[in-house]
Write a protein that binds this ligand. Structure first.
Ligand SMILES: [Zn+2]
Length: 74
């Protein structure tokens, strides 16, 4: 298999031309969800503060899902 380029070298998917890619993150941690006593959702804007995200190293095309590059953006 040919070596993958870095994602910063690409402007679109080399297979289908899609201009969006995604990368996966491993997420770990505990979150607290705030709820009002009437059952409605309260302000949860800080919900994800307790999570740690570890970015994984490959970038995938959003459209054709192929592994297209190494993730050097983040
Ligand atoms: Zn594609």
């Amino acid at each position: 298999m040919a070596k993958l380029p870095n994602v910063s070298e690409l402007t679109k998917c080399p297979y289908c031309g899609c201009e969006t890619f995604y990368y996966k993150s491993k997420v770990s941690g505990i979150v607290a969800t705030h709820v009002n006593f009437d059952g409605s959702e309260a302000d949860n804007s800080g919900t994800h503060d307790g999570l740690s995200y570890k970015s994984l190293k490959f970038a995938y095309c959003s459209q054709c899902q192929r592994k297209i590059a190494r993730n050097d953006k983040v």
